[in-house]
Design a protein around this ligand. Sequence first.
Ligand SMILES: Cc1cn([C@H]2C[C@H](O)[C@@H](COP(=O)(O)OP(=O)(O)O[C@H]3O[C@@H](C)C(=O)[C@@H](O)[C@H]3O)O2)c(=O)[nH]c1=O
Length: 187
Amino acid sequence: MAQRFELIETPLRDLHLIQRLPLGDERGYFQRLFCAEELALFGWREPVQQINHTYTKEKGSVRGLHMQLAPHAEAKLITCLRGEVWDVAVDLRLGSSTFLHWHAVHLIAEKACSYLIPEGFAHGFQTLSDDVEMLYCHSQAYAPDSEFGIHVQDPRLQIHWPLPIGRQSERDQQFPFLDQHFQGVGR
Ligand SMILES: Cc1cn([C@H]2C[C@H](O)[C@@H](COP(=O)(O)OP(=O)(O)O[C@H]3O[C@@H](C)C(=O)[C@@H](O)[C@H]3O)O2)c(=O)[nH]c1=O
């Protein structure tokens, strides 16, 4: 099988950065954004159920932190198509040795990297440029009743956001901090 992706591990188990390997020629380039066969080697084993696209106007805007709970827990492959973002994944897996740890990557459209976020992680990002476009591949369909959100400035998480928090949705601003008894999400 031709290799179109290279795995870059992160400090958090199962959370990976995927370096795409575009094929260039005099016309430009060709690249795979998703490949079921190859990404299965890196932990993505479900069919893609949705592909969503977002556009964010202003630098400093924040979306997140979002996840879906069981039985609609999902993996996501996050790709920045235009501009750049600070993309954050938070380990909320019950019993994980890195429970509540977060890891951020700087996704720059031209650098051709995607973030592979497994089930059990919350996800959010801050735009580092104006006019940002993101593409998300989801392993589950959208299930609003299973959505779980956390405030991006949760004091237990202490996430570093590179810029002052800019535009957010009303809903994201109202997400609560984690309850002090929160022990994680199961499968
Ligand atoms: C996520 C989602 C939202 N919607 C609707 C709900 C709402 O009316 C509108 C906008 O939704 P949101 O405000 O949740 O959009 P947004 O804040 O961009 O949500 C996204 O944030 C990033 C951080 C993620 O990780 C994604 O999985 C997704 O949760 O679109 C769908 O119809 N399908 C979907 O799959």
